[in-house]
Ligand binder design. Structure first.
Ligand code: ADP
Ligand code: MG
Length: 298
């Protein structure tokens, strides 16, 4: 098949691994910088140019669109979809997952366990807003934060109130959640490809922190996710419409709770911790999908 990877940098580990896995399996693959793709939209058809030349005929497109270019990147991806390319993660699914509030509402509506979450707009309502959540500790999260930056723990009602007030003063978007203490600084990344969890790793926060992100000094080890955990991870990815997803779970006394669903999960941490060919699984899943749709025969 003829594959495109939408990525700003072909040297990134995940991009390199996907290229390698595609070539190993005999596919043609090209890395396209989404910001260099431009498009013609007309009722008689859709077309795209890349660095001065027309491009077309991609059987599938793998999006690796960073958070900072979500809007333009998903528009480019949508153009590929309109031109007939398959993608494991459609533009609308990426937009659902990137908007944390929307994703939270959609997942909870399907009965998927999550930490109880509140959010609101008006400073006059802060005290009542926090009372809807229950007593601290609380976890306060910036909506646009990643890799653990912008995730704070408050242990007293006055601390929750002042952090909320400070963030409001900065016009930041944030949510407040119950703190799941029994997780003891650990979470579980389930890597979903199609209808399988192909690898799972447990990440443990460093001493003195509750955030298990590897960028914050967390350490990862390969684990076998339980049937319940696999089930929740697959359902969460499906509700958002993602075929490739990094679903972060936290183990609570009321079962696995989804913290977030990443639509562009990194491959480096998980491949290294688990020794699995995750890139190969992604390529094989796309090929299987096209084969079933009768779109490619190799
Ligand atoms: N409600 C919570 N209770 C306990 N720990 C949490 C909670 N929310 C997040 N954490 C910890 O903080 C880390 C970062 O939070 P997360 O929501 O994944 O934000 P980010 O997008 O920055 O990774 C998680 O991996 C987890 O270890
Ligand atoms: Mg996270």
């Amino acid at each position: 098949m003829k594959l495109a990877i939408l990525s700003r940098n072909s040297k990134l580990y995940s991009t390199r691994r996907l290229v390698e896995a595609a070539r190993t399996r005999g596919h043609t693959v090209r890395v396209l910088d989404p910001l260099r793709c431009y498009m013609r939209i007309a009722s008689d058809g859709f077309s795209m140019h890349y660095k001065g030349k027309p491009i077309s005929g991609y059987d599938a497109v793998i999006p690796r669109i960073g958070a900072s270019i979500t809007r333009y990147g998903t528009a480019v991806l949508r153009q590929f979809e309109l031109m007939g390319s398959h993608t494991p993660n459609p533009s609308d699914a990426i937009l659902r997952a990137r908007d944390k509030l929307r994703a939270h509402q959609l997942l909870a509506a399907q009965g998927i366990g999550m930490p109880i979450t509140v959010f609101g707009d008006n400073p006059d309502d802060t005290v009542d807003l926090l009372s809807m959540l229950g007593p601290p500790p609380h976890v306060i999260k910036l909506n646009e934060g990643t890799q653990g930056a912008g995730v704070m723990l408050t242990e007293k009602p006055s601390a929750s109130r002042s952090v909320v007030e400070a963030l409001r003063g900065l016009y930041a978007n944030f949510v407040v959640q119950e703190f799941i203490g029994e997780a003891q600084g650990a979470d579980l990344r389930c890597f979903v490809v199609g209808d399988r969890v192909v690898a799972a790793m447990r990440r443990q926060a460093p001493e003195g922190d509750f955030r298990s992100n590897l960028h914050r000094g967390g350490v990862a080890e390969s684990v076998l996710a339980s049937t319940d955990e696999v089930d929740v991870a697959l359902r969460a990815a499906r509700v958002l419409g993602l075929s490739v997803a990094g679903v972060d779970l936290i183990r609570s006394s009321r079962g696995p709770l989804v913290l977030e669903v990443n639509s562009t999960p990194g491959l480096e941490g998980i491949e290294q911790a688990c020794g699995e060919d995750v890139a190969g699984a992604i390529i094989a899943d796309i090929a299987g999908h096209l084969l079933a749709a009768g779109k490619f025969n190799q």
